[in-house]
Design a protein around this ligand. Structure first.
Ligand code: HSE
Length: 402
């Protein structure tokens, strides 16, 4: 049986996980024959003869059958993928930013060169969501996808809520565990889950949704009083990514949400992710599992290699009608220091209000675009309370943020 030759780019957390899962697999007839890395003189857990320090010597190796791109520089990753496709060589990648920002062009190039790329590892680590969206759910009319798409922030929030560990130490620990991006602001400011949502939504709705069309903010500015508010009300804060379709319009958002114990997201801890899918035919289905980490993400990459060796790229559903993106009215809790009291006036209706010496908060209905503007102010924080079905999954909830 032919043993396929793989050229690997990058040997970081995911690269090593992929290498390890491939080498302990007996089903896939493939081996890594070259690994391009940047830094020389590092001790690595693989035969030193495999390592090369220039990308072209891998890309131009005609003996290589497919490439696995696992570096974290999105520009270089894009150039590797484009060169590979132009040579008719398939690629597996996990570079979320690169994919989300260039998906339209990458779909065109796959068609032009009749060569596939796959990227399960780019979206929710080990959870096989893209594969299922592309095959099983291809015939489903998906109404919404909501979930936790970032392992690092969920890990940080779990440490804060369950172990009273500070934000700074929890972030450090997420970095040490290899969950966080090399630039962790991508995680904590909610960009990483936005890229994942953009990729997922593009596959679901058959129209490419660029990340710039998605409003996002993260958990990096949350204050003790925001966490205290959650704890006093028996809630947790989760960084939620969601896309919903209603009346042929799409709503997309990545933002912290209060969730109660009746919501499945409440129970997802540490680096785990969850994807809840609402379909017109299948109703609600839930996938959850490790969203970050070396072996879980390495396995997702390996499963793509297997699909590629079967000649299987993505189907890319084509929608006939392009759906506009809505600027929703949402229900949110907004906390702010006294110098930002004008925030109150932006609410269209208010259900709860607190004015204190050090900070105040308001809960009520506000336009998402206004939240996007005020969240940029230093002492302003916004957490989505409810105002949508995410809190009503068990339909036990009547109180807005409970
Ligand atoms: N930094 C990402 C996360 C890695 O924490 O989810 C997996 O995509």
């Amino acid at each position: 049986m032919k043993k396929y030759k793989i050229g690997l780019f990058g040997f970081g957390c995911v690269g090593q996980g992929f290498f390890e899962t491939l080498n302990s697999n007996t089903e896939i007839s493939a081996e890594v024959v070259k690994i391009a890395v940047r830094q020389k003189n590092q001790v690595r857990k693989a035969d030193a003869k495999l390592f090369v320090y220039d990308i072209d010597s891998v890309l131009n190796d005609d003996d290589i059958d497919l490439f696995v791109e696992l570096i974290d520089d999105p520009d270089l990753a894009l150039s590797i993928v484009k060169t590979a496709l132009s040579k008719g060589k398939p690629v597996v990648t996990a570079n979320k930013k690169m994919l989300a920002e260039n998906l339209e062009e990458l779909i065109e190039l796959q068609n032009k060169y009749k060569t596939p790329i796959r990227y399960e590892g780019a979206v929710c680590g080990s959870i096989p969501i893209l594969k299922n969206i592309d095959t099983y759910y291809n015939s489903e009319k998906i109404e919404s996808i909501k979930g936790i798409f970032n392992g690092s922030t969920n890990y940080i929030l779990s440490k804060i809520f369950n172990e009273n560990i500070s934000y700074e130490s929890a972030l450090k620990s997420a970095q040490e565990n290899g969950f966080a991006e090399s630039d962790p602001t991508l995680d904590v400011e909610g960009h990483d889950p936005k890229y994942k949502l953009s990729i997922l939504a593009s596959h679901i709705f058959g129209q490419v949704i660029h990340p710039s069309q998605i409003i996002n903010w993260g958990i990096n500015k949350l204050q003790k009083h925001d966490f205290d508010f959650a704890k006093e009300n028996d809630l947790k804060i989760k960084l939620v990514a969601k896309v919903e379709e209603a009346d042929n319009e799409l709503s997309l958002l990545v933002a912290p949400h209060f969730v109660s114990k009746y919501n499945p997201l409440y129970h997802i801890e540490d680096e785990n992710n969850i994807v809840t899918i609402e379909g017109a035919y299948s109703g609600q289905q839930i996938l959850s599992g490790k969203g970050a980490g070396s072996l879980p993400t390495g396995l997702a990459v390996l499963s793509d290699v297997r699909e590629i060796l079967k000649g299987q790229g993505y189907n890319y559903k084509k929608s006939l009608v392009l759906k506009p993106i809505k600027n929703d009215l949402v229900e949110a809790y907004v906390s702010f220091s006294l110098k930002h009291s004008f925030v109150t006036e932006l609410f269209q209706s208010i259900t709860e209000r607190y004015v204190g010496k050090d900070y105040s908060y308001v809960i009520g209905q506000i336009k998402i675009s206004q939240l996007q503007t005020i969240i940029k102010l230093k002492s302003v924080n916004a957490i989505i309370t409810s105002g949508n079905k995410i809190e009503n999954i068990t339909s036990k909830i009547s109180y807005s943020y409970a």
